[in-house]
Design a binder for this molecule. Structure first.
Ligand code: NAD
Length: 368
């Protein structure tokens, strides 16, 4: 008997619906091959939801997300909804609200170099050769969520003897927040090369000293996984110096924000990067790129980051490793055969290998 899996699909805005179509094609093909029925429930999020309901995160969307085994989001946002009026809804409120409601505290970004695309990186091919890492970023604590304020007329803040303005942000971490993100990282490492780099600034910050202490305590439960502490400034340097040394990198919210963008550019292309956000309940999978309004509606967007998000979902939420391996191999073979969307094409890519969104999806499906 076929197993049924419930997916909440959120196509969103811009190129979102176009790349979602390709994800659906791939899911149907994989379902048939692996004896799984994907029960797809589409819902509104972001600008599309604002247009139809007035809210970026309608109640029905939240209910669909909670009821699903996993949520697959394409992208949200666009100039049509850009506003500086604090009383008008904004597309990002949909995504931030969803993260909050689902309690998503861990953001995972795999960075993998597909050999045929090595030329797209700004780094030399010999430097990025063999890069296959996973960044695990804490998503709901630290500096971005701590108390902050701006004070006016503070004595000497404008210079000696002059009153001026002062601003502060506070970085706070509770032990349980560090423990759960560390466990996420060690568990992920068990399915990989069993190496965790924990990135902090323990030579200066008290939150980092607690971070280090708790990560080491968690590590005792994973004697089969090696742990290396690394200071964040060194990590930023090592990412461009010898990125292949990393397997899993775990770090706090702001360091992770910055380092994951740095690491994502090792691949040279936004169209190839997927991410997972995990919490206590339903997990959310999405490409790292946005809604690309500049190319929306033209059928030229690269669907591969979306398909790599499907791969992550199969592996991390649906216990479908064999299907994930098939998809990963099909994507690698499609690239190996030379097929390219415009964003990853080289100057000398022959026109017959240049694909639109749907053709690229078809090439992947053909290899499944
Ligand atoms: P973007 O990622 O949408 O686009 C940046 C550049 O990359 C553009 O030139 C775009 O054409 C290109 N690009 C992105 N994805 C591509 C793909 N799959 N194939 C080919 N080319 C691709 O970032 P932006 O332009 O800064 O933002 C556009 C909108 O997306 C904004 O409204 C922003 O708020 C939103 N956004 C949403 C998310 C999300 O949904 N998680 C993330 C980032 C930005």
């Amino acid at each position: 008997m076929s197993r049924a899996v419930r997916i909440c699909l959120l196509p969103g805005d811009g190129i979102g619906p176009e790349i979602t179509d390709e994800a659906v094609k791939v899911l149907l093909a994989l379902g048939e091959r692996h004896g799984v029925v994907f029960d797809l429930h589409e819902a509104l999020l972001g600008g599309a939801a604002i247009d139809q309901t007035g809210s970026a995160l309608p109640d029905r969307t939240l209910a669909e997300a909670r009821a699903a085994d996993a949520v697959l989001l394409a992208a949200i946002g666009g100039p049509a909804w850009d506003t500086t009026d604090p009383d008008r809804p904004r597309p990002e409120q949909g995504l931030l609200g969803l993260r909050k409601e689902l309690g998503l505290f861990a953001n995972l970004r795999p960075v993998r170099i597909f050999a045929p695309l090595a030329d797209a990186s700004t780094l030399r091919p010999d430097v990025i050769d063999g890069v296959d890492m996973l960044i695990v970023r804490e998503l709901t604590g630290g500096l971005y969520f701590g108390e902050r304020a701006r004070e006016r007329e503070v004595a000497d803040a404008g210079g000696p003897g002059r009153a001026g303005m002062r601003a502060y942000d506070t970085c706070v971490y509770d032990e349980f927040e560090i423990e759960r993100i560390a466990r996420t990282a060690f568990e992920a490492a068990r399915g990989r090369r069993r190496l965790v780099h924990s990135v902090d600034k323990a030579n200066v910050l008290e939150t980092s000293r607690l971070w280090r202490e708790v990560v080491h305590a968690v590590a005792a439960d994973y004697p089969d996984v090696a742990l290396v502490d690394m200071l964040v400034d060194n990590a930023a340097m090592q990412l461009v110096r010898r990125p292949a040394q990393f397997d899993v990198m775990v770090t706090e919210n702001m360091f992770g924000d910055i380092l994951s963008d740095e690491a994502s550019m090792l691949t040279g292309s936004l169209g190839m990067l997927a991410s997972a956000s995990l919490g206590e309940g339903t997990a959310l999978y999405e490409p790292s790129h946005g809604s690309a309004p500049d190319i929306a509606g033209r059928g030229v967007a690269n669907p591969l980051a979306m398909l790599l998000s499907v791969e992550l979902m199969l592996r991390m939420s649906l216990d479908m490793d064999a299907a994930a391996d098939d998809l990963s191999a099909a994507i690698a073979e499609t690239l190996g055969a030379g097929f390219r969307t415009a964003d990853i094409a080289a100057d000398d890519t022959p026109p017959e290998l240049l694909m639109g969104t749907a053709e690229m999806g078809d090439q992947v499906v053909a290899r499944l």
